[in-house]
Design a protein around this ligand. Sequence first.
Ligand code: ADP
Length: 484
Amino acid sequence: MVVYDNYMRILFVTSEVAGLYKLGGLGDVSRSLPVALRRLRVDVRVVMPYYKKIQLSSVRCVGRIAVDFDGKRELVFVFVSVIPETSVPVYLLRHPKLDEYHEGEIVEKFAFFSSSVARVIEYAPDTFGGRPDIVHCHDWHTALVPLLLGERNKLRREKETLESIRTKTIITIHNLLYQGTAPITLAKKLHLPKSIFHILQTKKGQTIKLFREGIEHADIISTVSPTYAKEMLTGDYGQHINDALSRRKADVLGILNGINGEIWDPVHDKFLSVRYGKNDVVSGKAANKEYLQKTLVLPITKIPLIGFVGRLEVRQKGIDILIAALEHLLPDGVQVIILGTGPKKVKQTLAAFETKYPEHFKFVPTFDERLARRIYAGADMLVVPSKFEPCGLTQMIAMRYGTIPVVRKTGGLADSVVDGKTGFVFEDYNETALLAKLKEAVTLWTSEPKKWSHMALRCMRQDFSWTVSAKKYKKVYQRLLINT
Ligand code: ADP
């Protein structure tokens, strides 16, 4: 049995956890980082909404809490279980407002969730297995928690005893693109005075951004790669966020995400047609490539196969330059498979490519974990042409499967791929630069298969495990608690 450091109880507050409900990289992090931290004797527990779609075989109700919201007293039920295939306790908050992720007013939904979490910490901490020493919030969805705890802490300080020391807070920025913008009327719904919010005057009237409140109130602000931390402080992320970030510069740090080596492992991946490791990567990948071509009804030929797995978010993922580059690349004897969900217009453009190049292009507009894994295993290269990328997991997963990444030099892509050694890296954000790098990769694949497989092996040998990053988070927690 693991004995946890009893001075350090951490509560992760998040909107998604892989294995329960996952939309993207945040889900992976919320599942894998707690596992890695618990191995370092840190008692991490996780809390998230109990969406209707979450299926659990063993779950029990451990309490309920009254939450005042929008003039009504709402009753929120707290359930507990463990994240599947781990020993990490997960608390799930059940209320009709939290049934669906995508339905209703999303910012209001997560403000309500954050309010419920703060309420439990404040009034019924035993429901969460005891008062956490540190509350670790993730993204805008949970960014109100530091403010909510902070305001109540101010009240509590007056009657502070040894038992009621202030709970410390961290907010991790996984993506600043989404900031949780809401009209100031949300303050009233939360039964809080307007004056404690940082109000922005917009054409639509007075608004607030939940992320801004998190950045203002959390003790530490972390993000998911050192390069994104720098970019965030120098780049333009909107007037209402830039000034807050630069004022809190001293409290900002970047820790590169890892990937879970047990979940992402071609040796044990049950979805692959043939499982493989470092010793049989060439034959293993060839078999998976053939299987992928066959299942997606592409000709089974020995030409380079390029994959893309991700959200088709035009503002972030480099979809515009990828589409422009495809026009030149597809007639050139390569196959490209794109797996991703996104806006209708992008989907229409990609579907048209499929009609025009049926032997060279496949577009699968769904979220499909099994196909994603088959692409990681069967593609020769994975393209990640993002305009910005806080960390990015797909390039790391690809490397673990011996698939060589072609990425833009930004954020976590810049921190995890070395041009010419573990992949191909281009700098300028335009289709010319992307196309030139893709062609460089295709040329190496075609003319120097030995060098290619050496590079694939080098990729597989990289250590992207969570252990390194988890140690860094533990140090941050220790530093925070020492400064209490
Ligand atoms: P982001 O968090 O910005 O969406 P990341 O690269 O950090 O991007 O993480 C993406 C995660 O979501 C990876 O685990 C990837 O495999 C998965 N993913 C993204 N889109 C899909 C999809 N359409 N089908 C299956 N998995 C997907």
